[in-house]
Design a protein around this ligand. Structure first.
Ligand code: MRU
Length: 364
């Protein structure tokens, strides 16, 4: 994707410095800064502080963490996997990437473990970008249909209005994104898209990251408060919703950033399609009931009591918004039951949110 006319990926292995360059997402949108990660500790810190975040990106970054651990002799394969896996609990892509690395390294002689780990981490990164582009292609067909239908109903229609929550764009993956990939493809195909961007409290991934991405790709968008979506839907201003997923059960329950469920409820009430875009690695086929079985990350209270922004000198500052005495609850994710999901957009095709449709796709 492009930033200031420069082609970029969210993370890139730097062979000359034998480290991983990441975009520090805690500094966006006001400061664009990159950081070089060079050790297992750096990777764990980057994931847990959300310098890198988004389910697919966490997984690929962790794969490089495993490489650093093996290169430096910091930990055995199994203990490095355990340490990395504990950095964030909800996104299953983390465990998926570590399992993929472990399986690949199982039979490798110890002298070659680190070099093989690097080869596989680079392959996972490349694969993630290709998968996300394929998700974009699959989703494009839905957006094309929606735009044709809208134009047929209203010849004066100006744009296809899409609502998204959190950031499931290229910053959440190595490139392209999941929920935003079909939107990027639609723009390339000449469909006039406009995106309603939920700000996504408490960390404002929508206002900070999605709006930044869309600006750099030249896509018209409007940032809205998290509570505005229902009102817009009631007034015919949303044609469809697309969100990402951190973990999806085999029956199609979707766990995504807190607040996703409320958007799905409003969409169902207003007969608006609610799509979820995800790589197949986000499906946890061992789970059936998302509400009961998916672990929900509890994050620091300070994300709610405080907010970050820039002051008049352009310096990043954190200000307190809630009373210190207030008890707060900061569940990072919620579960949208399959019955509220219209369809799942994956790299291999579009599935209905039920077990047979998902199993059929997984078997392709
Ligand atoms: O807490 P975050 O910012 O890692 O949460 C990210 C999301 O909820 C995304 O929607 C999800 O990971 C899908 S990303 C392609």
């Amino acid at each position: 994707m492009r930033v200031n006319e420069q082609q970029l990926r969210t993370i890139e292995y730097d062979a000359a410095r034998d480290g991983l360059t990441i975009i520090d997402q805690t500094r966006l949108p006001h400061h664009f800064e990159t950081v070089l990660l060079r050790s297992l500790g750096d990777v764990c810190h980057a994931i847990s502080t959300m310098q890198v975040r988004g389910a697919p990106l966490i997984g690929v970054t962790a794969a490089y963490g495993l490489y650093f651990a093996l290169r430096d002799g910091d930990a055995s394969l199994s203990s490095a996997c355990r340490i990395l896996n504990e950095t964030r609990p909800t996104a299953v892509n983390l465990a998926w990437a570590l399992t993929s690395m472990s399986t690949r390294l199982e039979t490798v002689a110890s002298a070659h473990l680190a070099s093989e780990a690097l080869v596989h981490a680079n392959a996972l990164a490349q694969e993630d970008a290709m998968i996300c582009e394929a998700i974009g292609e699959q989703g494009l067909s839905l957006l094309q249909e929606a735009w044709e239908a809208k134009k047929a109903k209203d010849g004066d229609a100006q744009a296809l209005n899409i609502l998204t929550h959190c950031n499931a764009g290229w910053l959440a993956t190595v490139d392209w994104g999941t929920a935003l990939a079909p939107i990027y493809k639609a723009k390339l195909a000449g469909i006039p898209v406009h995106v309603w961007v939920d700000e996504t409290r408490p960390r404002n991934q929508g206002a900070f990251l999605t709006a930044w991405e869309l600006k750099h790709q030249g896509i018209p968008h409007t940032v809205i408060v998290d509570n505005a979506g229902g009102h817009l839907m009631q007034n015919g201003l949303v044609d469809l919703c697309i969100v990402g997923s951190d973990r999806t059960t085999i029956r199609g329950d979707v766990c995504n950033k807190i607040g996703t469920y409320l958007k799905a409820l409003a969409a169902a009430d207003n007969h608006i399609p609610f799509y979820v875009a995800l790589p197949l690695s986000t499906i946890d086929a061992s789970l059936h009931d998302g509400l009961k079985e998916i672990p929900i990350e509890q994050r620091s209270a300070s994300e709610i009591t405080h907010m970050q922004g820039i002051d008049e000198h352009g310096e990043l500052r954190s200000v307190q918004v809630a009373l210190s005495e207030s008890v707060v609850d900061n569940a990072g994710f919620d579960v949208t039951p399959a019955r509220l999901v219209t369809a799942l957009i994956t790299e291999k095709g579009i599935a209905l949110p039920n077990e047979s449709s998902l199993r059929e796709l997984l078997a392709r």
